[in-house]
Write a protein that binds this ligand. Structure first.
Ligand SMILES: Cc1cc2nc3c(=O)[nH]c(=O)nc-3n(C[C@H](O)[C@H](O)[C@H](O)COP(=O)(O)O)c2cc1C
Length: 481
């Protein structure tokens, strides 16, 4: 298998959905779906009446038909929920998830990869965040059942993932360590997943996809190669200009006049040193030009990973309205991108487009009644009675304080779970009457993309983006499974 030159970056939640990933894979490059919150997305698509029957097609392709039918029957709503009617939710992930949640997660992940791979032999990967540890194993297993080609993971140090992929591909039980705040010294907690619990008759091994770790320093790359529990096939080197979450600056956190983290020389990756590690790598963060692709390859990279440019394509999961608002603001010189050190409950800086009517805008943020009902970014903590519970600094402040959280941790926090799902047109209509609002993440590179939209339609397609990006690399490999 040849590695791709272009990786279309995984973009949660659902911005890099199966349509975008498929369109990139069809062009011979690596299309990546996001595994983040995939169960919630599929649950809402089903409650929107499964328009065009895509999920129904995945049900018929799923090797465990009865299980997929159970999921479909539980959430499918012919004609979709009524205007303003809340979506039914699935339960949140915990250290002891229900069988039903495992089945839903495995099927949802399968469906997303299956649809991205349907009808061609191009490459499809899945992106996951290490920090969202609880759903990761069943999500990866579902992707393996759909023959995923790459698993790509960032937002943490994925030491235990490559070995888990090995085990899952053999249908073997595995576990991931879970950090529990307040745990005693030496006390360990794990999330377990046994593929046999959903697929008892499985025998034939599944393909082991390649595993790429997203890194932002040489130290991290080295640590992964030394300490990971399995093989790392390569690295995505992500600079702090990239959309989504950014690694915090190395050393003491200092903010500029606008309140953004300041990055310096220490945050730059030494590429010749990285190349010495002997694994392919791709450069991410403001690399979406033909010249940058050519230079990346000249500097020893296998290619680049781009997100922002693909998020603006017609095939992305952003609603057409959100895409056109970003593009209009860009063309009117009114777009601003802010690296928000507080917005994300993870504590990582999060890149935000400053746009009215989204949670980046003070009044919209203030108007949102806090509520935590998806819970992907909750973390585990130990209660006084010794039991484990979960909390998120974006949940209602009084509840967070009751759970022993610090008030300072709640300041400026935003509910990424709800707003990111709103970005793809599946906002929750809360019973309070409030409809969840978007919060758009996009990379700094967007500010260099005005020229792409000087056409009459003010639109771009992923195939054109790929042709453009490869235009200075005539011999670029077409990647196929
Ligand atoms: C809308 C959006 C959402 C993103 N979400 C994720 C994500 O869920 N996980 C991840 O590893 N990277 C995420 N990224 C980062 C991309 O995968 C990619 O590395 C990055 O966009 C590359 O830099 P660029 O934005 O300058 O193209 C996101 C980027 C964007 C623009």
């Amino acid at each position: 298998m040849t590695h791709p030159t272009i990786i279309q970056g995984g973009m949660g939640a659902g911005v890099s959905g199966w349509r975008l990933a498929r369109s990139v894979a069809l062009e011979g490059q690596l299309g990546v779906v996001s595994g983040t919150a995939i169960a919630s997305i599929v649950v809402r698509v089903l409650q929107s009446g499964d328009p065009e029957g895509h999920i129904a097609r995945a049900v018929t392709a799923f090797p465990l038909r009865a299980m997929a039918e159970r999921v479909y029957a539980k959430y499918y709503k012919a004609g979709g929920v009524a205007e303003g009617e809340p979506f039914k939710r699935q339960t949140m992930h915990t250290l002891k998830p229900s069988q039903e949640l495992m089945e839903l997660t495995v099927f949802a992940s399968f469906a997303e990869v299956y649809l991205a791979k349907e009808g061609h032999d191009g490459l499809v990967g899945m992106n996951l965040l290490e920090k969202i540890v609880l759903p990761n194993l069943p999500t990866i297993y579902g992707a393996l059942l759909a023959d995923v080609d790459y698993i790509i993971m960032g937002a943490g140090i994925p030491l235990e993932i490559p070995g888990s992929i090995d085990k899952l591909s053999q249908h073997e039980a595995c576990q991931l360590r879970v950090h529990v705040t307040g745990a005693e010294k030496g006390e360990e907690h794990f999330i377990h997943f046994d593929p046999k619990s959903v697929n008892p008759d499985a025998v034939a091994p599944l393909k082991r996809p390649k595993f790429l770790a997203i890194i932002s320093s040489n130290v991290l790359a080295l640590a992964l190669l030394k300490r990971a529990n399995g093989y790392i096939d390569g690295f995505v080197v992500e600079a702090p200009t990239a959309g989504g979450h950014n690694a915090p600056p190395r050393g003491k956190l200092e903010l500029n006049d606008r309140g953004e983290p300041i990055y310096g020389e220490k945050d730059e990756v030494d590429l010749p040193k990285l190349a010495e590690l002997g694994r392919p790598f791709w450069l991410a963060g403001s690399h979406a030009t033909p010249e940058k692709v050519r230079l990346a390859i000249e500097h020893g990279a296998a290619g680049i990973q781009a997100g922002t440019i693909f998020a603006l394509c017609e095939e992305s999961g952003f609603t057409p309205e959100i895409r056109s608002r970003i593009i209009r603001a860009l063309l009117d010189n009114k777009l601003d991108v802010f690296t928000d050190p507080l917005a994300s409950p993870t504590g990582f800086p999060f890149k935000v487009a400053l746009l009215q009517g989204t949670l980046s805008h003070g009044p919209s943020y203030e108007a949102r009644p806090r509520c935590c009902d998806l819970g992907f970014l909750r973390t585990a903590y130990k209660k006084a009675d010794g039991k484990v519970d979960y909390r998120c600094p974006s949940e209602p402040v009084d509840q967070y304080l009751k759970k022993g959280g610090e008030e300072s941790a709640t300041e400026g926090r935003k509910c990424l779970c709800n707003s990111l799902v709103a970005n793809i047109g599946l906002p929750q209509h809360q019973t309070s009457g409030y409809t969840e609002q978007p919060l758009i993440t996009i990379g700094d590179d967007v500010l260099n993309m005005k020229h792409l939209f000087q056409n009459e339609e003010k639109r771009i397609h992923s195939a054109d983006v790929i042709h453009l990006l490869l235009s200075e690399v005539p011999g670029a490999a077409l990647a196929h499974a």
